[in-house]
Design a protein around this ligand. Structure first.
Ligand code: SF4
Ligand code: MG
Length: 333
């Protein structure tokens, strides 16, 4: 099956103090129809920048795509004008964010905001739009949708607001939904409900999802394929079973150790020591994880590992694996 989305050698830069820094550095991956692809990593690893690049929602004048292409159903999104992109965004590709309060407009009713999306992409009457809004709210598990449709965001709980965001995102039955930390702001029970809802909608609507999360527990629950990102690069990619049974990259192994267990006190949750290097302090050569890696070797600071298949269907970028060691004379990236 051919992919619905292809991202090839994507490089997205941010301008900081007059200098360009790559927040996403030479990233390639694809998403097949109906697939759920997880992108996992700590904050600051480039996950959100990647999704904003795909949606063409990078902050104007600060972030820009410098290289590579983003091909959605054969269309090069990186080449589209704002006007052309507006036709696709919210219709064929849509997105939900972590904090629904910031993406819902506080001064308009839920119904108004749902109908706005519908009017943007469909020719329907006001009455039809209202009925469709109510049906959409119902489909995301909101009880008494006839009442909620006339309420304002602040009148709803966090979980309900996220359901509304999902209703808006799926209003036009997109083929691809990008969900950026969709449950991070919610408590554990509501989190599980929202994930169940996403999975249910994915099956009914046959859409593909890119699920961005720092939580490998969410990945295990939801995803088919997993991409692990560190400091703007993909460090490991494979299917979800392989990743959990045979993680190869030391960063992935550490992330696994940091999975919170339901019965564990949050206090004892292990986290990885150190922090992701900032864009301004990104090492120019060597492995970007070297200063935090428990398996680091002297050469990790001077040789940049390649992302390569070390086993069929399992890519990793780490010098512990032969396939990641650049060959003599090759142009090292
Ligand atoms: Fe650790 Fe070296 Fe592998 Fe980087 S290349 S993850 S520093 S062992
Ligand atoms: Mg983020």
């Amino acid at each position: 099956q051919s992919p619905i989305l292809e991202v090839n050698n994507l490089q997205t830069a941010f301008e900081i103090d007059g200098e360009l820094h790559n927040a996403v550095d030479n990233v390639s991956f694809h998403v097949k129809p109906k697939q759920i692809v997880g992108i996992v990593g700590e904050s600051g690893c480039g996950k959100s920048v990647m999704s904003l690049s795909i949606m063409k929602l990078l902050p104007k004048g600060i972030g820009s795509i410098r290289n590579g292409d983003i091909v959605f159903e054969g269309k090069h999104l990186e080449k589209l004008s704002d006007k052309e992109m507006n036709k696709i965004r919210g219709k064929d590709v849509s997105m939900i964010f972590q904090e629904p309060m910031t993406s819902l407009n506080p001064v308009f009713t839920i119904g108004y905001q749902l109908q706005e999306t519908l009017f943007n992409h469909m020719t329907i009457t006001k009455k039809e739009a209202r009925l469709k809004s109510i049906a959409l709210l119902k489909s995301v598990g909101i009880s008494r949708p006839e009442k909620i449709v006339d309420e304002y965001p602040h009148q709803l709980s966090g979980g309900m607001r996220q359901r509304v965001m999902i209703a808006i995102a799926i209003a036009c039955q997109p083929k691809l939904l990008i969900a950026d930390e969709p449950t991070t702001a919610l408590d554990v029970t509501v989190q599980a409900q929202i994930l169940d809802l996403l999975k249910e909608i994915q099956e009914i609507n046959n859409m593909a999802i890119i699920l961005i999360t720092h939580d490998l527990g969410v990945v295990a629950e939801m995803c088919d394929e997993v991409i692990v990102m560190y400091a703007g690069k993909i460090v490991e990619r494979t299917d979800v079973d392989t990743l959990f049974h045979n993680p190869k990259h030391p960063y992935t192994e550490l992330l696994m150790g940091a999975i919170p267990k339901m019965d564990e006190d949050v206090e004892v949750l292990s986290s990885i020591e150190g922090i992701v290097p900032s864009l301004k302090n990104m090492p120019k050569v060597g492995c970007r994880f070297a200063n935090r890696c428990p398996k680091a070797m002297p050469e990790c600071n001077s040789i940049t590992p390649l992302l390569a298949e070390s086993e069929a269907g399992h890519e990793v970028s780490c010098l512990l694996y032969e396939t990641s060691i650049p060959k003599e004379g090759s142009n090292v990236q």
